[in-house]
Design a protein around this ligand. Structure first.
Ligand SMILES: CC(=O)SCCNC(=O)CCNC(=O)[C@H](O)C(C)(C)COP(=O)(O)OP(=O)(O)OC[C@H]1O[C@@H](n2cnc3c(N)ncnc32)[C@H](O)[C@@H]1OP(=O)(O)O
Length: 409
């Protein structure tokens, strides 16, 4: 149900603090002065929508201008949607729907980024707006000291911990080099580095934790914090790893070996790992890498004809997709997607008979190559109308790596 008395519009810079306070309240939190500064620094007022009930700001959502690496190693501008919230007492009046409409219809009308992406707070929220669950992430816990295969080379370089100010520029350089190879990774700005790794009040509430620690190798890094703990048999601390990034297999092994050998730590837990994180293959006993799966990126194609050619495909394809898209109706209809041996796609409207039928939600889920068309068809979410089309499409949409986004934005 939508309440026609609500007004949705973009903000000016002076309104950002009110917006941050309102969204934090929606998340049952209150911004400190420091959090207000880091959040305000990343928000773009002209891409931040708020919903007003009279003079009162009661909801909103924001778009961050980012590049995301698409299959084929192609960093591409996307609308990274964040800070969606509606004040308690004003929910289920259509405020969020109004923000979603302003964002997605606005991107279409302005010919801006044809791809929107977000992390959802709850799995039931975003399908109705045409977002599909496009990537998963793992929480991996490994006991300290777990052995690698004898054949694993950790190289000669010393792995060091550096202070934040020295480490961040080196880390930024490594992140830039690797991010262009990893589907789903987003570009970062100085303000977003500050936000992701700030010693915020929320982080300080984790009892007994150390500040972030920065582990550097010439070709890789890790960022973690530790929570020391003492048990009857000795130290049982946990190192919580935010990211492990390496541009060579040797650096990857060296950084993980460092993490698994930190004194006084009993368990290393990597909370936002990709689902194809190689650590499990370094261990002689892969059962030691305990894994829990969570969703990560949700993707929404704003304009399918502009979005589909932006990625590369793994196999030749000539398929007609009958797409239904209630929330962005300009996408509804039949689209012919042709991929040649060069992995490049063309997309055009067609009157030809459809081979596959799906909604915008499934197309978003397929887009990064992390969700299989075969799996979606098995769940009755994609209909195969021409025998064989599903298998070919599934192969073409799959990627070299599983999509992944290390940070929750
Ligand atoms: C990218 C991000 O920032 S994710 C963060 C999302 N924000 C939060 O989780 C903060 C806490 N929650 C909130 O602020 C609000 O409840 C919101 C933003 C999730 C929803 O805002 P509302 O203004 O109440 O949503 P709105 O009234 O537009 O609801 C639209 C539809 O979504 C449904 N819906 C809303 N919230 C949820 C939910 N959590 N789970 C499932 N369905 C939901 C509504 O029932 C409604 O369905 P209908 O069209 O069939 O009637």
């Amino acid at each position: 149900m939508s309440d026609s008395s609500l007004v949705t519009r973009t903000l000016i810079a002076a309104e950002i603090p009110e917006f941050v306070t309102m969204v934090f309240a929606a998340f049952l939190d209150t911004p400190t002065e420091q959090t207000m500064a880091t959040e305000s620094a990343i928000l773009e007022p002209e891409r931040t929508h708020a919903v007003f009930d009279g003079e009162t700001m009661i909801g909103g959502g924001s778009i961050l201008s980012r590049r995301m690496t698409l299959p084929g190693g192609l960093p591409t501008p996307v609308a990274a949607v964040t800070m969606v919230g509606v004040a308690p007492g004003h929910r289920r009046r259509g405020a969020m729907s109004s923000v979603m409409r302003a964002q997605l219809h606005g991107l279409h009308e302005q010919g801006a980024e044809p791809i929107a992406t977000l992390f959802a707070s709850e799995g039931g929220i975003y399908s109705r707006f045409g977002y599909g669950a496009a990537a998963m992430r793992l929480e991996i816990s490994v006991p300290s000291g777990t052995e690698f295969w004898d054949s694993v080379d950790v190289g000669e370089h010393r792995v060091r911990e550096l202070d934040r100010a020295t480490a961040l520029p080196l880390i930024d350089e490594l992140h830039r080099a690797v991010s262009t190879q990893r589907t789903g990774w987003l570009s970062r700005t100085p303000a977003s580095w500050e936000q992701y790794f700030s010693e915020s009040e929320k982080m300080r509430r984790i009892k007994g934790r150390t500040p972030y620690r920065f582990v550097l190798h010439p070709d890789g890094y890790a960022i973690y914090f530790a929570v020391p703990k003492w048990g009857d048999r000795g130290p049982e601390g946990t190192a919580y790893v935010s990211e492990v990034v390496a541009r060579t297999p040797v650096a990857y092994a060296a950084v993980w070996r460092y993490l698994l050998d930190i004194d006084l730590i009993g368990t290393v837990t990597y909370e936002g790992a990709p689902t194809d994180e190689p650590i499990q293959h370094l261990l002689t006993d892969p059962y030691q890498a305990e894994q829990t799966r969570y969703d990560s990126l949700w993707v929404r194609l704003v304009d399918v004809d502009r979005a589909l050619p932006l990625r590369r495909y793994r196999a030749p394809l000539d398929v007609v997709i009958d797409l239904s898209d209630e929330f962005c109706p300009w996408n509804t209809g039949r689209w012919r997607l042709v991929v040649g041996t060069d992995e490049v796609a063309t997309v055009e409207r067609t009157e030809a008979a459809a081979d596959l039928a799906m909604t915008a939600n499934e197309l978003g889920a397929l887009f990064l190559g992390g969700t299989s068309a075969l799996d979606l068809a098995a769940a009755q979410r994609i209909q195969e109308l021409t025998p064989g089309a599903l298998r070919t499409a599934s192969r073409a949409f799959s990627g070299d790596h599983q999509p992944h986004c290390p940070e929750v934005f």
